[in-house]
Write a protein that binds this ligand. Structure first.
Ligand SMILES: C[S@@+](CC[C@H](N)C(=O)[O-])C[C@H]1O[C@@H](n2cnc3c(N)ncnc32)[C@H](O)[C@@H]1O
Length: 316
């Protein structure tokens, strides 16, 4: 397994020994940016298995290059959002420590809902931390610091203290940036003191590709128009259609599922198969079959039915 976690290679939740190739205390860093703190953590705790979660693809690519350059082995990265990773990848009561360094502060009050460290997050986190496990927050943003402490305490599941930040958290890219501008740093340690009753079970992973088999003439399909298909908990955006050789089409679809904290760009295809016309998800780009992906396939098939195709069989 490479350093980047792929849905097709992992279980929900992860099996840490299979994932890291060894047993060891599990640490998580959320929003690792260019990855330099993961290197610092590894040097400080060489026995630890480090999981990094980062939403921005460019940062993930930079961090992967850095980890390869520095020869850091026991690190696995997931490109995506923290809530998704905690819920689906992290086994219950498995984490010893979670680091959040300089989270996006979302300073405008109308954006406060986008902040990471909110009460629902703390409830989920309480189920994934081992007894006595901790989250360490470092920020230059006083409002965010106070907000996070209030949210953690509101959950009733964490006790917060505010010791001075340890030296190692002040070596990240943003720490250096803010130090150069003379900003002050705030640090909080949230220690788990209770656990939410809700278990927050992970998604069930499905291997079968959702699809339908249809009859009809491909030439009956009209021109493509970009379309948004809403569904409860998200929407699918049909962005582009491309011709498929020798016959058929690919559709580039962005599936945004707020409820799952998951955004995926997937490829759907329409092609001839031995049984008829296949319309469904393509096993390309490491798709995760979710309710939203199934809705996207349903929208594709409904469009074909409107164009005069007939469904022979469907599984989505
Ligand atoms: C201000 S940067 C700090 C980066 C790094 N920790 C540092 O100190 O240099 C915040 C990072 O968090 C990432 N991020 C924001 N929300 C996230 C989420 N829900 N899950 C994972 N990463 C997230 C952003 O993409 C960004 O790289």
């Amino acid at each position: 397994m490479g350093r980047l976690l792929r849905f097709s290679e992992i279980t929900f939740p992860l099996d840490p020994v299979a994932t890291f190739g060894r047993a060891g205390p599990l640490f998580l860093e959320i929003g690792f940016g260019d990855g330099r703190f993961l290197v610092t953590l590894h040097r400080r705790y060489p026995e630890a298995n480090l999981l990094g979660v980062e939403a921005a693809a460019a940062s993930v690519a930079r961090a992967l290059r850095r980890l390869a350059r520095e020869g850091v082995e026991p690190v696995r990265l997931f490109k995506g959002r923290a809530g998704f990773a905690l819920r689906n990848l992290v086994p219950p009561r498995s984490l010893l420590a979670v680091y959040v360094n300089f989270p996006d502060p979302w300073p405008k009050s109308r954006h406060a809902g986008r902040r990471l460290l909110q009460e629902p997050f703390f409830r989920l986190l309480s189920t994934r931390l081992a007894d006595g496990g901790r989250l360490l927050l470092t920020t230059d943003h006083r409002d965010y610091f106070e907000f996070a402490v209030a949210e953690g305490e509101r959950s009733g599941l964490f006790a917060a203290t505010a010791p001075p930040p340890p030296a190692e958290v002040l070596t990240t890219k943003y720490a250096e940036k803010w130090r150069a501008r003379g900003r002050r740093f705030y640090h909080a340690v949230f220690t788990k003191v209770g656990e939410a009753e809700e278990a927050f079970p992970p998604l069930t992973k499905e291997e079968a590709m959702p699809h339908a088999i249809l009859t009809g003439e491909l030439s009956a399909l009209g021109p493509f128009a970009k379309e948004v298909h809403p569904f409860p908990g998200g929407h699918a955006i049909f962005l582009e259609r491309a011709a498929r050789e020798p016959e058929g089409y690919y559709f580039l679809v962005r599936v945004e599922e707020e409820a799952l904290e998951l955004v995926q760009e997937v490829v759907l295809e329409v092609r001839r198969s031995a049984h008829g016309l296949y319309a469904g998800l393509k096993r390309f780009g490491d798709p995760l079959v979710t309710p939203g992906v199934r809705r996207a396939v349903a929208a594709l098939v409904e469009g074909l039915v409107e164009a005069g195709f007939r469904i022979e069989k469907r599984s989505y």
